[in-house]
Design a protein. Structure first.
Length: 424
């Protein structure tokens, strides 16, 4: 049955710090709101820069604080901190359930594993379905064996649907018969901006954008550059540090000095577009498979010649030799070879960058927003929710109510032309 009122979707995040996932959600909610696809609201469980950014885009935003400390449940935390953090999440989830009812939410979207724990309690109290928006690969190489099993099981037990940011991410989930869809983190493309021609080899500018953390592989990148035949004139490492990662940044600075590389550490930059438009080459050098790699799309849209590491999300974006180059993550020799190839050939850089700008248009945020809106409307209807009305009873929680057919594909235009259906 077609809902008589607009579905209200409540997004829940445990952190208000600006990072890739949070910024992607900001773009998504703005795109969902502007054409009136669905009604949206955002809850953060701590204060931070993202609160005002959401409000500035016209998104209804609440901060609901609790005793939970997001640092208490990070990879490597001890068992005591993990248990204390988990209990705090459950308590805060009960409070969030009351807020969801007050806001008239029809569906709650958990934006992280911590938000999933809180959302499981909140949606029980509010009697609405829970959707897990998965930004990370739920895999042993990232979380470890036991946490991976626990997180996958938590999703199976609590989520009524999954929003995955790539086919790579979707393949790491045990969704069973739950409905799921791939919605790439869309980019606000705007108009193509003219940029200068690719520079000569000795004048080339290289940029890498991402949090300074070991799995992003900036150390591999610096070693690869040090082994190049002709090195770029300028190198920008754009990104800050989270969760006690400052020693890694210090190690990178030491390496740059030891190798005599012209590296500038910019720290976190809200909008790296200016750096990307001035760069000749963008390098994505993650050593673990990236869930998606939205900076790859941003670099392509800016007109950079792109080198990205696979496997993972970048392999869904880049067609090797057509609109960029792919290397195996963590392989320094491959990366050096790719860098030597690009820096020596401005014509090749120009050809790849031109094709990359065309490819980037396949990842427009508006396409992602339509995919997400359609999916959330279907989840609401499937679980018996009536949009924007208080409910006298809970939704139907039966297996048949949440079962679905084949996993829905990404929005039109987002699919790799060589791979029309997602792999689960």
């Amino acid at each position: 049955m077609t809902p008589s009122r607009t579905t209200k979707a409540l997004f829940l995040a445990h952190t208000a710090a600006p990072s890739g996932a949070e910024l992607a959600t900001l773009r998504l909610l703005a795109a969902l709101r502007e054409p009136g696809l669905i009604d949206v609201a955002q809850i953060y469980t701590e204060d931070g820069p993202m609160v005002e950014r959401m409000r500035a885009r016209g998104v209804e935003t609440r901060v609901v604080r609790g005793a939970f400390d997001s640092r208490a449940m990070t990879i490597g935390s001890g068992p005591v901190r993990l248990v204390a953090g988990f209990i705090a999440l459950l308590r805060l989830g009960w409070t969030l359930g009351a807020t969801a009812r007050e806001l008239g939410a029809d569906v709650l979207i958990a934006e992280s594993t911590k938000a999933l724990v809180m959302g499981a309690i909140a949606t029980r109290r509010a009697r609405i379905p829970l959707v897990w928006q998965v930004h990370d690969r739920i895999s042993v190489d990232y979380f470890g064996r036991l946490p991976t099993v626990v997180i996958q099981l938590l999703g199976r037990l609590t989520a009524h649907g999954y929003l995955a940011n790539s086919r790579t991410t979707l393949r790491t989930l045990r969704i069973g018969r739950r409905p799921a869809v791939v919605a790439y983190p869309g980019v606000e493309l705007g108009e193509d901006i003219e940029r200068a021609a690719q520079r000569a080899p000795t004048e080339a500018v290289l940029v890498a954008v991402g949090r300074l953390t070991p799995w992003k592989g900036q150390d591999v990148l610096l070693r690869a550059i040090a082994a190049m035949k002709v090195q770029p004139r300028q190198i920008f490492l754009i990104g800050g540090t989270f969760f006690d990662e400052e020693p890694y940044q210090a190690e990178l600075a030491r390496m740059a000095q030891e190798f005599g590389l012209p590296v500038t550490f910019t720290g976190h930059v809200d909008d790296p577009g200016g750096y990307l438009r001035d760069a000749d080459i963008l390098v994505h050098s993650s050593v673990l498979p990236e869930p998606f790699g939205q900076v790859v799309v941003e670099g392509m849209h800016a007109g950079c010649a792109v080198i990205a590491s696979g496997p993972g999300g970048p392999a869904e974006i880049v067609e090797p030799g057509v609109n960029g180059l792919l290397v195996d993550g963590g392989d320094q020799r491959q990366l050096t070879t790719a860098l030597d190839t690009l820096i020596a050939d401005p014509a090749l850089r120009t050809r790849l960058a031109t094709a990359a700008r065309t490819r980037a248009k396949d990842f427009d945020i508006e396409a992602s927003a339509h995919t997400v809106a359609t999916f959330l409307n279907s989840i609401t209807q499937r679980n018996g929710a009536v949009p924007n009305r208080r409910r006298s009873r809970g939704p139907t929680w039966s297996r048949s109510a949440t079962a679905s057919g084949p996993v829905a594909p990404a929005a039109g235009g987002h699919q790799n032309p060589r791979e029309r259906t997602p792999h689960v």
